[in-house]
Structures are given as C-alpha cells and as structure tokens.
Design a protein around this ligand. Structure first.
Ligand code: ADP
Ligand code: MG
Length: 255
C-alpha cells in the first residue's frame, strides 16, 4: 500500500490552520474573543483552561461544527465561509476525536472506519477496508474489526475513533479531551496512540489536561480563559514559569 503514513502531503505551503480575530457569540454570550492562532504544518498544540473557557467551541469552529461570526478561519489554505462546498472540503481534511467516542453503535468497528471513506471519499469498499485495517493495526486493535463498539472497552473505542478519523487521511487532527471520559487504566493506551501520531508528523490541536502528554509532544501550550487566549508558551516555560495570575491559579489546581 502506498503512502499510508498518518500525515499526507499538504496541498499548500501556508500554515495548516489560521485563526485571525475570531469572535463568536452564543446569542448574547460572547464565547470567543479575538482568537489569534497560527498552527504550522506538523505542529502540535495543546490547549488547556478551565471548564467553560471556550476550548471546545474554538476547536469545533475549526471544522465548522460551530460557526464563528467575526474574523477568519483558514484551514490548509481554504477559508471557512458559508460556502457549503468548502465546509465539506474542510471537514474531509480535519479529523476530530471527541471525549465521548461517538462511534455508530449499530455498525461494526470496520464499518465505522469505512463509512466515510466509501460515502464521502468514494473509495471502493475493498480499498476502504484495506485502509481501515491498516489504521486499526496502527492503533493496535485489528482483531476487534468485526465487533461492535459496545463490545469494546472505552480505551479501545477511543482508539477506534482515532483510526476512523485517520481513514479519511486528514491533514490535521483535533482532539477534544479524548481521555477525560476514560477509566484511569485506559488513559495511557490512548495517549500512547496520540504520541505515536505526533511522532509521525501529524498536525494536531489537542484539548487536554494531560500535562505529561503536553510536556512530551506539544510545541506550544495555549491557556484559555473566558473565551480568550491568555497565555501561550513552549511546555517547559509554560509549566515552570507561567506569567499570568489566571494561568498560575489554573496550574495550581491541576498539577
Ligand atoms: P470548554 O470546552 O472550555 O469547557 P465550551 O466551549 O464547551 O468550553 O463552552 C464555553 C461556554 O459556552 C460555556 O459557558 C458554555 O456553557 C457555553 N456554550 C457552549 N455551547 C453552547 C451552546 N450551544 N449554546 C449556548 N452556550 C454554549
Ligand atoms: Mg470542552
């Protein structure tokens, strides 16, 4: 099989993701305030911050699960506007892994992984199954292919969710607290999968409070509070020398 590394070749040479002056409101509530973020190709960003600070909203805007009202979001050279074709295009390039695995319960693991490649990418079924088995092997659960999600542990289901996203050959992967719904003994197997993906050169934005993971793979850690990016730094400086009171308070609560 050719070129089945996790990170396909980019289409354009600009940043993988760019948010410029992004603002979003839920009704009256100003949830994202002037977010500016450029993510280079291959860069790994960890996003942390208190509950309700807008972390999920920000990453959901990047694949248009949510709409922003002001500012620009550009993914792999394509600006997210109301053009539905572009939104479809961007969704194909952006893999997303949620806290609750969101697998289809009535489909087998293999079918979960082949559904979008067959229907969205128009991949022949046999080829889609080949690709799915490749990525299920990559997340170390090829033997679960014919089971249903309910028959797997939480850690295994989350690894399926990662494999399923990879089957679409995304250019970037977004993770929204992928380990926070897992029993402690399953956290490591999912983080190991994410580390291996990071080492493979995938561009990643990970919302997580797993600070060991952040130290190990993040190029930058971003701290959000009340809809703003309050502070960002490379992990060592971020953890050992936080600048803002809000960051210090947050770190004192989680470390
Ligand atoms: P985080 O992921 O950092 O916990 P969220 O992005 O989920 O934060 O939420 C940010 C804020 O926006 C919270 O106050 C939350 O209650 C609010 N919020 C999230 N989704 C919606 C929605 N669909 N409608 C209205 N308010 C929302
Ligand atoms: Mg969230």
């Amino acid at each position: 099989m050719s070129n089945l590394s996790a990170s396909p070749t980019p289409q354009s040479s600009g940043p993988a993701i760019e948010l410029a002056g992004v603002n979003k409101w839920y009704g009256e509530f100003h949830v994202l305030r002037d977010i500016n973020l450029r993510v280079r190709r291959g860069e790994k960003i960890v996003v942390c911050g208190p509950s309700g600070s807008g972390k999920s909203t920000m990453i959901r805007c990047i694949n248009r699960l949510e709409e922003h009202q002001k500012g620009r979001i550009v993914v792999d050279g394509v600006e997210l506007t109301n053009d539905l074709k572009k939104i479809d295009l961007v969704r194909q390039e952006v893999g997303m892994v949620f806290q609750h695995f969101n697998l289809f319960p009535h489909l087998t693991i293999l079918e979960n992984c082949t559904l979008a490649p067959i229907w969205v990418r128009k991949m022949p079924k046999k080829k889609a199954e080949e690709v799915a088995m490749h990525f299920l092997t990559r997340v170390r659960i090829p033997e679960q292919a014919n089971k249903y999600p309910g028959q797997l542990s939480g850690g295994q289901q989350q690894r399926v969710a990662i494999a399923r996203a990879l089957c679409m050959r995304p250019k970037v992967m977004l993770f929204d607290e992928p380990t926070s719904a897992l029993d402690p003994e399953m956290v490591k197997e999912v983080l190991d999968t994410m580390v291996s993906l990071a080492n493979d050169g995938m561009t990643m934005i990970c919302v997580t409070h797993e600070m060991g993971f952040a130290r190990q793979v993040a190029d930058r850690v971003i701290f959000m509070d009340a809809g703003q990016i309050v502070e960002e730094n490379e992990p060592n400086a971020f953890f050992s020398n936080p600048q803002h009171e809000r960051t210090k308070l947050f770190l004192s609560q989680i470390l």
